[in-house]
Design a protein around this ligand. Structure first.
Ligand code: ARG
Length: 468
């Protein structure tokens, strides 16, 4: 609304909006956080008007200063929002007009809230994605630290949550790190696409002022301007895609959290959360619960729902701006906020995790972990794998029936089985070391993976952001 409490668009209306219609349409509580970007977009637009000869230099300077001053007031919380302000765009324009009078009324030439809101939201999400990328980098860094320390710590690798084959803890931790590394890459690729200015598109069909959208984009530190003004104001796939990436990050977070919750339970006791990241029970005095991990897992559902919400909002909408699109901000902000809440907490929980290598090593006494090594030994001596699998399975069943163990087999029995000296294969260190392939669980592979991931962290850190 304007200073007089009238909407920006009041000209053709005989009465103000009904209070309940105004309440429904008002988005200021949600979109106030776009203010710094609304100011930046406003300043870039003022310069476009100046370049096009629509504003004298002194007037353009005055408008830019007023916008900046309004931005400072909003940041400091000293700007009084008017109950009549529909959204942040109206509030900023009103405040500028209150300062400058009729000069303020020149600001909105050649722009619409339609191209403005898209540009603001792109700038907001780009800044959020940088913070999330940094949070991911911090999480990857603590995973790498533990992995380097535990490049030779053996543990049972699990399939179906059951003991499968020995791996190193470092290998398992870096499996999570690679997933987060892909998430960083997703964010970077998303940011490249999202770095597009919509300013100049106007409401849908640009304007008659000959504004230069490319120069405006450059002033905003964005990579490019829109290619099509209808697409510019209609496109929300940058929001949907951001939330999709956020949902994938949430999924990866939930899987790491699930591992940590399991490793710290009494049945495995492979690790303990630091007291600062564990919680007690209000009733049972003995409890140390993994709430940080469980909440990180639970929040993933919320982020996935935000992606679903945006998809439902957008599908089936004809092109052009629709007020429905105002509903895109809350889920987008929430997806970003939730990750910014979860990632540092999970990173702290991982950083301070007390790992119990002896318990992991003791779990590797389980003989079943070596059955595949035995079958592979038979294959190396010439037996077809299917036969080796059957033969090893039969041996395990026979031992189970006799109530005996692989470790009790005599040298003769090993020779009869076809793997002389087979007892030596029942060894986690040996099992892991014998998997020399790159990308496998061996110590050398873990070191190579850690080096590769560290290099990727360093390379990405050098990416200079125009947005800061
Ligand atoms: N608050 C609105 C939004 O977030 C601004 C756009 C209003 N545009 C319009 N044509 N009514 O989308």
């Amino acid at each position: 609304m304007t200073a007089g409490g009238k909407p920006l668009w009041s000209g053709r209306f005989s009465e103000p909006p009904a209070p309940e219609a105004h309440a429904l349409g008002r988005s200021l509580d949600v979109d106030a956080r776009l203010a710094p970007h609304d100011v930046a977009a406003g300043v870039a637009h003022v310069r476009a008007l100046q370049d096009a000869g629509l504003l004298e230099a002194a007037d353009a300077d005055a408008l830019a200063s007023a916008l900046t001053a309004v931005g400072v007031e909003i940041a400091e919380g000293t700007l009084a929002f008017d109950g009549a302000d529909e959204d942040v765009h109206s509030a900023v324009e009103r405040a500028v007009t209150e300062r400058l009078g009729s000069l303020g009324e020149r600001l909105h030439a050649g722009r619409s809230r339609n191209d403005l809101v898209v540009t603001d939201l792109r700038l907001w999400l780009l800044a959020a994605s940088e913070r999330i990328e940094e949070d991911l980098a911090a999480l990857i860094a603590v995973l790498i630290d533990h992995a380097r320390e535990h490049d030779a710590t053996v543990m049972p690798g699990l399939t179906h949550a059951r003991f499968a084959q020995p791996v190193t803890l470092g290998h398992h931790l870096l499996a999570h790190a690679w997933a987060f590394d892909r998430d960083r890459e997703r964010l970077t690729q998303w940011a490249d696409r999202a770095s597009t200015s919509a300013l100049g598109a106007g409401a849908i069909a640009t304007s008659t002022f000959g504004l230069d959208p490319v120069a405006t984009a450059r002033r905003l530190g964005l990579l490019r301007a829109f290619e099509n003004s209808i697409d510019a104001v209609s496109d929300r796939d940058f929001v949907q895609e951001f939330s999709a990436v956020a949902a994938i990050v949430g999924t990866h977070v939930s899987r790491l959290a699930a591992d940590l919750a399991r490793w710290t339970d009494e049945s495995l006791a492979w690790a303990d959360f630091d007291d600062a990241y564990a919680t007690g029970s209000s009733m049972m005095p003995q409890k140390r619960n993994p709430d940080t991990a469980e909440l990180a897992r639970g929040k993933a559902a919320r982020i996935a729902a935000r992606f679903g919400q945006l998809t439902a909002l957008l599908q089936g909408l004809p092109l052009g701006y629709h007020r429905d699109l105002q509903e895109d901000k809350e889920p987008a902000f929430d997806a970003a906020d939730t990750l910014e809440l979860v990632l540092p907490a999970l990173t702290g929980a991982v950083r301070t995790l007390a790992i119990h290598p002896q318990a992991m090593r003791a779990a590797c006494d389980a003989e079943g972990l070596y059955a595949t090594d035995l079958a592979e030994a038979l294959v190396r001596s010439g037996m077809p794998f299917r036969e080796a699998h059957r033969r090893t399975g039969a041996l395990l069943r026979e031992l189970e029936e006799r109530g005996s163990r692989l470790r009790d087999l005599t040298a003769q029995e090993w020779a009869a089985f076809g793997v002389p000296g087979g007892g030596a294969l029942l060894d986690a260190d040996r099992s892991v070391a014998s998997r020399t392939i790159a990308g496998g669980p061996s110590t050398s592979s873990v070191r190579a993976q850690a080096d590769a991931l560290s290099a990727r962290l360093g390379a990405r850190a050098e990416r200079i952001s125009p947005l800061g």
